[in-house]
Design a protein around this ligand. Sequence first.
Ligand code: G6P
Length: 608
Amino acid sequence: MCGIFAYTGKKGKEAGGVLLDGLLSLEYRGYDSAGIFMPEAGVVRAPGAVAELRKKIPKDFKGKSGIAHLRWATHGEPTEQNAHPHSDGSGEIWVVHNGIIENFKELKKKLEVAGHEFKSATDTEVLAHLVEEHLKTEKSFEKAALAALNEVRGTYGIALQYKMEPDKIIAARMGSPIVLGLGDGEHFVASDPSPILPHTRKVVFLEDGDVAVISSDGHKIFKLDASNVHRATTDIDWSAEAAQKGGHEHFMIKEILEAPEVVVNTLRGRLIPEKGLAKLGGLESVAEQLEKIDRIIIVACGTAYYAGLVGEYMLEEYAGIPVEVELGSEFRYRKPVINERTIVLGISQSGETADTLEALREGKRHGALTLGIVNTVGSTIARETDAGVYNHAGPEIGVASTKAFVSQLVALALLTVFLGRQRGMSQSEGEKIAQELKSLPQKIQSILDRKGEIEELAKKYASVRDFLYIGRKYNLPIAYEGALKLKELSYIHAEGCGAGEMKHGPIAMIDEEFPTFAIVPKDSVYEKMLSNIQQIKARKGPVIALTTEGDTEVASVAGDVFFVPETSEMLSPILNAVPLHLFSYYFSKANGYNPDRPRNLAKSVTVE
Ligand code: G6P
């Protein structure tokens, strides 16, 4: 997820200022490097956010048009060299891009044979060279751009500019959002309407497969096959802040609703379903060492720690490797028993959490191989670990982690297949997990389509001050996660508990005023869970249950039921997390709180 903003105008506005101001409102989309190209002035790029870029802009950097970008790294470190815009060999064609060009390696090889030299490690640079190559035969910027786009596979939102035609900008969309802004004597291209709104409220949302050409005077849109197409103009009445949230009230709900897309992004290019294999590029350099390891210690904090607990079940059951999960803040102070056959695996959305980082350093000091499951490319944990898997979940703004949690679970499932297939896991077992993983986005979507049911449940229970969450096996960590989310966003007492452990204490709290959220998929511990629910009912405790579609028994004992599509036991936590995230979001809202800004909490905890 990156931010794109482009401008062309003849109203005498200074394009550099327009572009830099616009980038500021896109900072929520990415902030690890930024860049700007203006045909009349040149290019400036900088690691860091917009403020860093602004410092580097020379006084005479002036022009009437340009393209600008904020990067959220997916390929290559967030360095100046990898920052957008990227150019072709001649330095005349420039591109900014959001998304992933899946066939960039084969295109790059072909272009290298034709004599092209590349300057960055990005997939994006290939696009500029491809346009350059087509310009040799097409002799028209528009036609060359179209020919290049027809060769590309993957997702993109792009803006392209050609030095020889400075008034013109070509934009295209395939999977990553692009919106045009229609002003009087000035036109815009952006990832969302927020940078456009200070200038005009008239916008056109592109659809997948659309290519648009804007100039200061107008715009036209056509399809990849060059046929013209008309897209309606929308008058935006949202504020710029609402535009950043895609029209949603909070980042948290926007991010929960992104879960299907996040699963696709975490899986992209990493499964070979017909061979039952997982391909994890970030682990290739240590693949041989991984064959020999006999123990994994997962270190993490908060929600990432709960993802680790699910990972423990996955890795032990399917890869046959003993796993321990430790809080970063505990592990760093113990005397770990580690050897060179131990992995210390850190899980962290930000890649900066101090306790997780120090735990990894402690592991390294004791000779362990260190790995990371990290969302933020180039973060400290990503840099300091020996190897790892990036989540590709895009920036997460809501303080409470939601979509990153979902992607951590998917990454752990991929790691399980990877390590499992190095050991005793059969091809057919690998195939089954791969198929099931691929079906998750659509199943999550069917849960999200019924978010209204969860909202009603949250409103019904909104006045309650205590909540128990119970689960077993794979879904015990999901009970912990559900309780954590509820307490951190609504400031009430909520507690996660192994359903079998209830009788050793927590059940003493149960009465008519004390509801329980039970996670009861149709799995190997289903019957046990049903008995636990009966124990709660016998004490008059209200029960909300998550169960598998088609189940009738749970509905006969629980007061409220939400149905979740069927999946394998191992992957059920990925589906069950979503309604619990929705419940805590709506519960917080129903109590009048702002779920994006829970009191006393921070998104990235870089202190002990
Ligand atoms: C904070 C956040 C949590 C997050 C935890 C770990 O407490 O509020 O949402 O789970 O840090 O963060 P990390 O970036 O390491 O995943």
